[in-house]
Design a protein around this ligand. Structure first.
Ligand code: CA
Length: 459
């Protein structure tokens, strides 16, 4: 409103003869019939003595059009003063901001892409290193079917010691040939007896541990359960991360393991070391923490049934598997009994296998192999044969060595083995189910395996 009044004043100033008209102007106040006060401002025309009906219209039209022009002009001025410069400045800042944002997003994308490439390269490097290591460990079959550590006997020109790209590719091709020729002889398709490992299936997931204590651990079913309280369906689990590992979880069966809570929690009388425990004939066998003491814990009476030192066995980091974790003493059960897989100073780190009395834990007989314990990721026994896994992190690893306690001879093999979750801390065999049980980076998995007639005719 103030604007319109001002405009009227402006327009009045521009009217010709306005100074003369001021002399004849008057202001009058009066009440109307409703009682409201009216102000009437009267100005005499300087040019006309009387109103002529239509003579006023052109002048009024002129005033009106000038008012419209002035209103538009003032509106533009006000709009320009209020918004123009700021809008223009904001546009500039907005544009620069958008440009910076785009560049930042591009840089972040580039960074992510490069990080991905670095990780992929690191992964491939780790796999290649592991494969190279497993090839290096592979004894020469033609000249060393048994005996001492074969890698020490190799001539300096052995291609496995010269892991240039060409030699490495040759070795890979050789491994593939071995795989193709020995993996599945026709006669082994329906083999159900106790034989040599022919293949390991893909890992099947049963449960993922939901806390950090389950990054690694032990889980098993008893292949030969005793008593009525537990069956071969009962699943046993120990999360092995922690300073005082004593809890043994019992699940009714695989379904309960996969979906729910344990039916029972047993507390071990002595803390457990690492992931080498095994389940056999109604007992949990394990290594006592920071010692070479073996313990048999009876599941029915929930008490310590026997304990005995494993003579000369390295422990607490002296002879672990390649992933460390104090995996010095690994216990295993198979069709032929209970075994300990470990090393001693005398064996200089080579794997020693001892068959144990399941009741007393006494050593019945021992064998010294020609593969170093710290070069392999894990081991298990099947039909009296020791098998080692080359890598605990490589997605596509191999079972790379077998030692037959019946013949006392070891040799390289190359049976594909997958570490799907890339941190496999425990591998053990269940002969009742003919499966491997493994704990791979929080994941409890099983692998079906196939056995077949051995190359040496023994089964
Ligand atoms: Ca094992």
């Amino acid at each position: 409103m103030w604007l319109q009044v001002s405009l009227l004043c402006l327009s009045c100033l521009t009217l010709p003869g306005q100074s003369q008209g001021q002399d004849r102007a008057s202001l009058r106040r009066s009440n109307d019939h409703a009682g409201l006060c009216h102000y009437t401002f009267t100005v005499a025309s300087p040019e006309e003595s009387a109103c002529s009906g239509t003579g006023m219209k052109p002048e009024m039209d002129g005033v009106s059009s000038r008012l419209t022009v002035l209103e538009a002009l003032v509106s533009r001025l006000i709009a320009g003063a209020d918004a123009g410069p700021r809008a223009s400045g904001e546009d500039g800042i907005q544009g620069a901001y958008s440009q910076v944002t785009r560049e930042r997003n591009q840089l972040e994308q580039d960074k992510e892409r490069l990080n991905g490439q670095v990780q992929e390269l690191q992964r491939r490097l780790a796999e290649l290193s592991q494969e190279a290591e497993s090839l290096r460990q592979r004894p020469c079959q033609q000249t060393h079917s048994s005996g001492g550590p074969q890698r020490d006997n190799r001539p300096a020109s052995d291609p496995a010691l010269n892991l240039g790209n060409g030699a490495y590719q040759e070795m890979k091709a050789e491994v593939k040939e071995v795989l193709a020729s020995v993996l599945i002889p026709e006669e082994n398709h329906n083999f159900t007896g106790c034989g040599e490992l022919q293949s390991v299936g893909d890992p099947v997931l049963h449960r993922k541990a939901d806390s950090i204590t389950g990054k690694y651990g032990v889980w098993l079913q008893d292949p030969e359960p005793q008593g009525a309280q537990y069956s071969n369906e009962t699943v046993w689990r120990i999360d092995a991360v922690g300073k005082d590992v004593r809890q043994l979880f019992a699940y009714e069966d695989m379904d309960q393991l996969s979906q729910g809570f344990p039916m029972k929690v047993l507390v071990l009388p002595e803390p457990m070391e690492s992931t080498g425990g095994t389940m056999y004939r109604g007992s949990l066998y394990y290594q006592r923490k920071r010692s070479r003491t073996l313990i048999r814990y009876d599941l029915t009476s929930e008490s310590l049934a026997s304990r005995r030192e494993l003579p000369h066995a390295g422990f607490h980091g002296q002879h672990p598997y390649s992933w460390g974790g104090y995996t010095d003493i690994d216990l295993a059960a198979d069709e032929q009994g209970l075994w300990a897989i470990y090393s001693t100073s005398k064996a200089k780190g080579a794997i020693v296998i001892s068959q144990l009395d399941p009741e007393s834990l006494e050593v019945r007989k021992s064998w010294e192999t020609n593969i170093r314990k710290n070069t392999v990721a894990n081991a298990f026994m099947v039909c009296g044969r020791l098998y080692t896994v080359a890598s605990y992190t490589a997605a596509n690893s191999t079972v790379n060595y077998v030692f037959d306690t019946a013949t006392g001879a070891g040799r390289a093999v190359a049976v594909p083995f997958k570490n799907k979750y890339r941190y496999n801390s425990m591998v053990d065999y269940n002969h009742a189910q003919r499966k491997l049980f493994a704990w791979d980076n929080f994941h409890m998995v099983t692998y079906d395996i196939r056995l077949g007639r051995a190359n040496n005719g023994r089964s």
